[in-house]
Design a protein around this ligand. Structure first.
Ligand SMILES: Nc1ncnc2c1ncn2[C@@H]1O[C@H](COP(=O)(O)OP(=O)(O)O)[C@@H](O)[C@H]1O
Ligand SMILES: [Mg+2]
Length: 271
């Protein structure tokens, strides 16, 4: 009988996000916000935000409407300029404008609540447009990758249809494929299932869970607590432009520390 330890000791799983030890940072810092501040006129919408997102980490952002969650995503993608502080992606600070901004912005994929597909382009064209126009890649390479991505999100057979011919869930999966086609280092999801009929929410969350399992770095604004529990390494709770609380999903949901978080959770969980 062999006593070889390699046969009896189970290998540690590569991405074991559902077990409690998996909530440690996954890798090197990838997105780093330092003392980020932003105003809309008199409204101080982001207040001294310090946030580090590590390679392979899945961060769920929750909080009441108007707390600054979308603005936070949009500043990471430089759709909104910040007033003070710094944002770095993979060690490089985001410039205000220019060619370098376009390149760094393509490191960040974004998926919105309203799918924002081009209505007059086919599903395949929606996915190939960025790589062809922005990255100027070769058409055959781009087409092949686009078809693979559409297969991966489960809409490969819809490639030649127009967005309006697809269900909301299918359209959102196309939007995810379109973002992935730019080969981003991090994916931002801003309430990706909020505009969907209930029966379509899971098919989108399942694609996102797969992405998380494959090691994609993700920031997800969502009120889908099941997703947060099963896929997130960390939950960030925002209120009034501040990060009020951050914790593992287990700790956050069972033991919220702030009154704001407790109040918010009691509202959404008893809805
Ligand atoms: N472009 C804008 N101009 C002025 N105010 C804005 C703009 N975008 C958002 N706001 C305001 O900033 C606050 C935060 O908005 P937002 O980031 O969308 O919050 P959330 O996504 O958490 O609901 C809200 O009070 C909103 O009305
Ligand atoms: Mg929002």
């Amino acid at each position: 009988m062999t006593t070889d330890a390699s046969e009896t000791t189970p290998k540690p799983p590569v991405f074991a996000k559902s077990d409690s030890t998996a909530n440690a940072p996954q890798g090197e810092p990838l997105v780093v916000l330092t003392s980020v501040n932003k105003h809309f006129g008199a409204l101080h919408v982001l207040q001294d935000i310090d946030l580090t997102i590590h390679q392979g980490e899945v961060v769920v952002v929750i909080g009441p409407s108007g707390s600054g969650k979308s603005t936070l995503c949009r500043t990471i993608n430089r759709l909104e300029a910040i007033d003070a502080g710094t944002i770095t992606i993979d060690g490089k600070q985001l410039p205000q404008e220019g060619r370098e901004l376009a390149r760094l912005r393509s490191d960040v994929g974004m998926v919105f609540q309203s799918f924002n597909l081009f209505a007059h382009k086919t599903v395949l064209q929606n996915v190939t447009l960025g790589p062809l126009k922005v990255r100027r890649e070769k058409a055959d390479v781009v087409n092949r990758r686009a078809q693979e991505l559409l297969d991966r999100v489960g809409v490969g057979s819809q490639a030649d249809k127009y967005p309006a011919q697809l269900s909301g869930g299918q359209q959102q999966r196309v939007a995810i494929a379109r973002a992935l086609a730019m080969e981003p280092k991090v994916m931002l999801f801003d309430e990706p299932t909020s505009a969907l009929d209930p029966e379509m929410i899971n098919e989108v969350l399942e694609v996102m869970r797969d992405l998380a399992r494959e090691g994609m770095t993700m920031v997800v604004v969502t009120h889908e607590m099941g997703f947060a529990r099963s896929a997130a390494n960390r939950v960030i709770f925002m209120a009034d432009g501040r990060i009020v609380e951050e914790n593992t999903p287990e700790e956050f949901f069972s033991n919220p520390r702030s009154d704001r978080a407790r109040d918010f959770l009691s509202k959404i969980l008893h809805h």
